[in-house]
Design a binder for this molecule. Sequence first.
Ligand code: ADP
Ligand code: MG
Length: 357
Amino acid sequence: MGIELQNITKKFTGYTALDNISLNVASGELVALLGPSGCGKTTLLRIIAGLELPDSGKIILENKDTTNLPPRKKNVGFVFQHYALFRRLNVFDNVAFGLRVLPLRDRPSRSEISDRVEHLLKLVQMDWAIKRYPSQLSGGQRQRVALARALAVNPKVLLLDEPFSALDAKVRQELRRWLRKLHDEIHITSIFVTHDQEEALELADRIVVINKGRIEQLGTPQEVYDHPVNAFVYNFLGNVNVFHGRIKNGKVSLGTHHVDAPDELKHTEEKPSQAFVRPHEIGISRIRSNETDLTGTIREIRLMGGQIGLNIECDEFKEAIDAEIPRELYQNLQLAKGEKVFISLNRVKVFTGDYEI
Ligand code: ADP
Ligand code: MG
């Protein structure tokens, strides 16, 4: 096993930042920790790296209990959110730094250091910038150098704390694809922290969804996206419309609209429930195609790349509905603001409980 976390708990003056977190990351796996700001992601990474001690629990790295080891003995590479390159050192010296400060008996020779740094800079595609200083690099380039620096000491485990979050959307997307490819080449056991669900879905072998210091769900991107275990996960993984309704006699009533309750809730007693529908799971039509169709008026039309976003005031609900439809359909239907449409809810996910959005 690459990383084993056993019942990690951490409190800050009465506030529980991590509440009994257990997690196994296989050797060579890339796991994303996904959760909102303040849910404990950085605290967990710092504990794995030895920068912080847990109140209780164990951290086992490559089958060795490292719970009480100082950071330098843990053999962990860390890339931070904000570029932590040494401003006064050039790219080469930044990457070589960790090797040059090793105790003499562990330190490679000058030529070995030089070979290793050059190899790593090629790997992160920054070998052309070997003599540059951090101020002469873009944000994305700096983070690639930071990654090479973290890899220089041959860590067993790589921890990345929102490494791309300070970059603009396009660069962020490029870098996440690049990192995924790099990981496929070097297979270092990695934990990647992010609050961006798209980043986690695209990058990770598995995703750990965290909320308020607890794990809500653990699974492959497909599992957590298609089968979220609760309303929090569903909501956090993408845009959603939420309808407040009631479950009764195997049906969920949403205003005048009724849908079948999911199997596991078919026989439950009457209670409040929430129905979730993703914007792309909403069908829009000029004609009523189904008895259960809702009706509404288009209030807003937004261009979103290949999709068109519609905000619709629904006749049956208080809540406005956000729908996303392909641009082609939008053109075929010749929709415009103020017009009436029929709305079908193609895939409704129902949860009970008192989760508040
Ligand atoms: P995330 O990285 O998910 O945004 P953090 O791990 O940084 O969250 O923080 C989790 C919670 O613990 C937050 O409420 C934060 O304010 C609190 N916290 C983190 N570090 C400390 C600290 N050194 N002292 C007190 N509270 C802290
Ligand atoms: Mg953080």
